[in-house]
Design a protein around this ligand. Structure first.
Ligand code: PBG
Length: 358
């Protein structure tokens, strides 16, 4: 056993590597006022900047946007003030703006009209579906931004689930076959990052294998590795028009909000199966998961500030109860502090503008 340290060696510097230098004078009660005054470092703006441990940059933000059919129009999403569903041409303009602000990637989500929703979800692998057309246009007109596509069947499913449904059951292995087809048409359209958000077991490995076999070994996978069965997705389901269709809930495949060890296991499996980056979702209520995952795996770790988190903040801002700019930046910085390498957020463009203004 190591020799116990004398009391005077406990200087509060133990977290520094190596031996902490012995203080010049014996410190009887380390770390106390009036010798120590943490406010000194906070006393000036330059000093606060100098000691800041975390920084938020436009490069940390991924912007999810909603698409709809048509041309030259956009439609407000009522439960997400400030968010619009856009036709592809409008979306391309918006993506160019995001690129100009330094945002490295966008995530595209389709609003699918009810006549295209079926129980076999075939529109998901129609190579001319809205998502594929949008990906082709974005990559053609704004090639220097990354495009992430969600892989899950819910926008296309007449029963609203992320997988194929038989009776009461969301089928796992059959769903994987459908998800593979969906991922392949997206890769073919030019998608840079496949984002499986469906939470079927084994889908990351199966999609990786299929992508490689089809020559898409450079297409990345950002898996929604720890995705919880959350009430915070409500406004998203309005935005993509899937809410009214969902039969039951997603608890047999999305995770129980009570669990954290299970998140580590899900992340470990997705990494073994070939995920290049992983995501935790929702965001702010799950920052403990972000921290544990980042510390354990040290891989690119993203978090999704989901629609309900956005709606909560905007609703309070609309009532004058919160200051938009302050809580926007603070909420996003919190993700970085927790260990996230980046955040998917509907506020990405607003936040990037705000950051540019300084
Ligand atoms: C689809 C999907 C969802 C979200 C992203 N991809 C909804 C869900 O799983 O029900 C939610 C995003 C958000 O709420 O902002 N599987």
């Amino acid at each position: 056993m190591a020799k116990p340290k004398s009391t005077r060696e406990f200087s509060g510097l133990e977290s520094y590597s190596g031996e902490a230098p012995a203080p010049a004078k014996p410190v009887t009660a380390p770390g106390v006022y009036p010798t120590v005054r943490p406010r000194r470092n906070r006393g000036d703006a330059w000093s606060r900047r100098m000691v800041a441990e975390t920084a938020l940059r436009a490069e940390d933000l991924i912007w999810p946007l909603f698409l709809e059919e048509g041309e030259g129009h956009s439609k407000a999403v009522s439960s997400m003030p400030g968010v619009e569903r856009m036709s592809v041409d409008r979306a391309v303009e918006a993506v160019a703006q995001a690129r100009d602000l330094g945002i490295p990637a966008v995530a595209l989500f389709p609003h699918v009209p009810s006549e295209k929703k079926t129980t076999d979800c075939a529109e998901a692998w129609n190579p001319d579906n809205l998502i594929c057309r949008a990906v082709r246009e974005v990559k053609r007109q704004v090639p220097d931004i990354g495009v992430l596509c969600d892989v899950a069947l819910d926008p296309y499913n007449a029963l609203g689930h992320d997988g194929l449904v038989a009776g009461e059951c969301v089928l796992n292995d059959e769903s994987i076959q459908a998800l593979i087809r969906q991922a392949l048409v997206q890769a073919e359209a030019g998608c840079d990052i496949i984002g499986p958000s469906d939470m079927m077991d084994g889908r990351v490995g199966a999609i990786r294998e299929a992508l490689d076999a089809a020559g898409y070994q450079d297409v990345r996978i950002m898996s929604y590795a720890a995705k919880y069965a959350s009430g915070f997705y409500g406004p998203f389901r309005d935005a993509v028009g899937s809410g009214g269709f969902l039969i039951g809930d997603k608890k047999t495949y999305q995770m129980d909000p009570a669990n954290t060890d299970e998140a580590l296991r899900e992340v470990a499996l997705d990494l073994e199966e070939g995920a290049d980056m992983i995501m935790i979702k929702p965001g702010m209520p799950y920052l403990d998961i972000v921290r544990r995952v980042k510390e354990r795996f040290a891989v690119p770790t993203f978090a999704y500030q989901v629609s309900g988190e956005y709606a909560m903040i905007k609703a309070a801002v609309e009532r004058g109860w919160l200051d938009n700019d302050k809580v926007m930046i603070e909420s996003l910085l919190a993700f970085k502090r927790a260990g996230a390498d980046g955040v998917l957020t509907y506020m990405a463009v607003d936040a990037a503008k705000r950051l540019k203004e300084g």
